[in-house]
Ligand binder design. Structure first.
Ligand SMILES: [Mg+2]
Length: 119
């Protein structure tokens, strides 16, 4: 095992998740934990970004982390509903997810819509 792999293996999921929360806050968003309400398998964080864009992100440790059947079910369900879902096992994958969101233009499109209130 090389040094990089050993280093990655020592990183826990909580470190990856904390990085996601930090990066979300830096964008002025919220990274909410809803699993206690939704039940088993729901993504670790529901990331709400300025403009009302929502990303569902499951975090894992860099080495050896894999989705459970309940998590696979939620992934397929959310993607099937047209939601933005990402599985992130490293800090780099979190950066890539935000970069893909930036490049999609979703943020700008949402800012183009007037805010609405549903009663
Ligand atoms: Mg997780």
């Amino acid at each position: 095992m090389d040094i990089d792999t050993q280093k990655q293996k020592s990183i826990k999921e909580s470190v990856v998740e904390a990085y996601l929360v930090k990066k979300t806050k830096a964008r002025g968003g919220r990274a909410v934990k809803l699993a206690q309400i939704t039940g088993r398998g729901f993504p670790d964080r529901t990331v709400i970004l300025p403009g009302g864009v929502v990303l569902y992100i499951e975090t894992k440790r860099p080495v050896g982390g894999r989705l459970s059947p309940h998590q696979e079910h939620w992934r397929d369900d959310l993607i099937g509903l047209g939601c933005r879902y990402a599985l992130c096992s490293t800090k780099e994958e979190i950066d890539e997810t935000f970069a893909a969101y930036d490049e999609s233009g979703a943020y700008e499109r949402h800012w183009g819509c007037p805010p609405r209130t549903f009663i």
